[in-house]
Design a protein around this ligand. Structure first.
Ligand code: SF4
Length: 277
């Protein structure tokens, strides 16, 4: 049975995108990525990260439901330039695992395109065995982890009530144990969480992902929700703030330390600049 959305997309004069599918946009990690937005109606997430490119999270929630129908996603896909994509990425206007039709969409996208599908998640729902089973449909899962303790989690990611660093880490570990695909952990470093590095390396040693991806918030953060930020946008039509980042030397130092402390494969946004990948 096809799941139906509980609500219709909100009217918003400044966010007039009509498609749940966008791009392809160039991603430094995966090449040409076609974005699919299962939230779409507004910005919906169980986090409210200080660096979030969507600007404001208007629905700060951990509720799972159907936000946009699978039929609409597939219709939007057919109208897109999906043939130009290397991979299809489920991310969009918030946390994709909050969408109850996630597994149905993954299956239909793969059947229609033959392309690999990747899910970008903040890992707050991975404590739930049902979500982990649904993610098994994806070829790659990238999990966000920006903190090693609850104080940093509250400062950087500002989760909904009940989410703790242990619930996140145990969820990622459980996914690691069950998931047959490629699992990466993404870390956003900034002065705010720089001192967590050694403890984050310990957590990485608990998880043992296939890859660690290091980033720093280089794009300005809009003060309002901006739907088109779900793509790879440089400019935003709102006042925006630039957060403090780690500079190249610090990023290379973080990369070297994580590699030394974990022995894991580590990739960095700063290396991408060097290779022009
Ligand atoms: S998890 Fe992603 S969508 Fe959610 S607030 Fe953080 S950056 Fe924004």
């Amino acid at each position: 049975m096809t799941l139906k959305p509980a609500t219709e997309p909100a009217e918003n004069a400044t966010n007039q995108a009509t498609s749940t599918v966008y791009g392809p946009v160039r991603s430094w990690r995966v090449g040409n990525s076609l974005g699919v937005d299962l939230l779409f109606t507004t910005s919906i997430c169980s986090f409210q990260c200080v660096y979030c490119q969507l600007g404001k999270i208007l629905d700060h929630t951990a509720e799972r439901k159907v936000y946009v129908s699978t039929e609409k996603v597939m219709e939007d896909l057919r109208a897109s330039a999906w043939q130009e994509a290397d991979i299809i990425t489920l991310s969009g206007n918030g946390e994709p695992t909050l969408a109850l039709n996630l597994p149905e969409v993954i299956r239909e996208l793969k059947a229609a395109t033959g392309k690999p599908v990747m899910v970008l998640t903040n890992a707050t729902t991975l404590w739930d065995p049902q979500v982990r089973a649904e993610l098994a449909e994806a070829d790659q899962v990238f999990c966000k982890l920006d903190a090693s303790n609850d104080a940093t989690l509250q400062r950087v990611n500002r989760p909904v009530a009940g989410v703790t660093i242990r619930s996140i880490v145990e969820g990622i570990k459980a996914l690691r144990a069950e998931y047959p695909g490629y699992l990466a952990v993404q870390m956003m470093f900034m002065p705010m969480n720089r001192s967590d590095l050694a403890e984050m390396a310990e957590i990485l040693n608990e998880i043992r992902p296939d890859e660690v991806q290091l980033n720093t918030p280089r794009r300005p953060v809009p003060r309002e929700w901006f739907m088109e930020s779900r793509g790879n946008h440089e400019g935003v039509p709102y006042p925006a703030v630039q957060l403090k980042t780690v500079d190249r030397d610090e990023a290379l130092d973080i990369e070297a330390q994580i590699r030394e402390l974990t022995g894991l494969k580590v990739v960095s946004i700063y290396r991408k600049d060097e290779t022009k990948a």
